[in-house]
Design a protein around this ligand. Structure first.
Ligand SMILES: [Zn+2]
Length: 167
C-alpha cells in the first residue's frame, strides 16, 4: 500500500499506479475540517487516485473524492446533507513557464509544478475545499418562509385577532 502522504511521482505516473482509501475529515488538515460551513467533522471521505501520461507526454494524477457532508444551509441555518463527488485531473509541469503557458492556453486546466514526491492527502484537501459550495441550501428550503406565511394566513388565531380588532 502506498503512503498517500508521500508518493513517488515518476513511478506513480509512468506505471499508471492507483491508490484508494478512506479518510475521516478530522484526520485531514485543520483548514478542511474547520471550514465555516461544515457541521460535523466525522464524515468519511472515499478517495481514489490514478497516475498516467497524457497524449502530450505530460504526467498527470486523477483524483476523485466522495462523501456525505453536513453543511449549514445558508437560508435557514440548519444542517443540510450534501454529497461530495468530485473528480480532478492534475497535470504536472517541469517548470513554471510551461505551467503558465498551459494555464493560459486552457483555462480549465489544473496544473502543478513537478515534485519528486507528491502528497495525495493535500491534493484531496484542496479538492474538497474547492468543491464545497459557497452557499449550500436545502433544495426545497422553506423553513424561514413557512414560519412567516403561517402567521399571516394559516393560523386561525390570526383571524380571530383580526375579528376582534375589527369591532
Ligand atoms: Zn434550509
Amino acid at each position: 500500500m502506498l503512503d498517500p502522504n508521500l508518493i513517488d511521482t515518476i513511478t506513480f505516473t509512468r506505471e499508471q499506479q492507483q491508490c484508494s482509501g478512506e479518510v475521516r475529515l478530522q484526520a485531514l488538515n485543520r483548514r478542511v475540517w474547520s471550514h465555516e460551513l461544515l457541521v460535523k467533522r466525522d464524515a468519511v471521505i472515499q478517495f481514489q487516485a490514478r497516475g498516467g501520461t497524457d497524449r502530450w507526454q505530460r504526467p498527470f494524477i486523477n483524483v476523485s473524492v466522495k462523501g456525505e457532508l453536513q453543511l449549514i444551509c445558508q437560508r435557514c441555518l440548519q444542517a443540510v446533507s450534501w454529497t461530495l463527488s468530485d473528480q480532478s485531473h492534475v497535470v504536472l509541469f517541469a517548470d513554471e513557464q510551461s505551467l503558465d503557458e498551459a494555464m493560459v492556453a486552457d483555462e480549465a486546466l489544473e496544473g502543478i509544478l513537478w515534485q519528486e514526491q507528491f502528497n495525495l492527502v493535500s491534493l484531496i484537501e484542496d479538492q474538497i475545499l474547492m468543491a464545497i459550495p459557497v452557499a449550500p441550501r436545502h433544495s426545497d428550503c422553506d423553513h424561514v418562509l413557512a414560519t412567516s406565511t403561517n402567521q399571516a394566513s394559516d393560523n386561525p388565531f390570526a383571524k380571530l385577532v383580526g375579528l376582534k380588532s375589527g369591532r
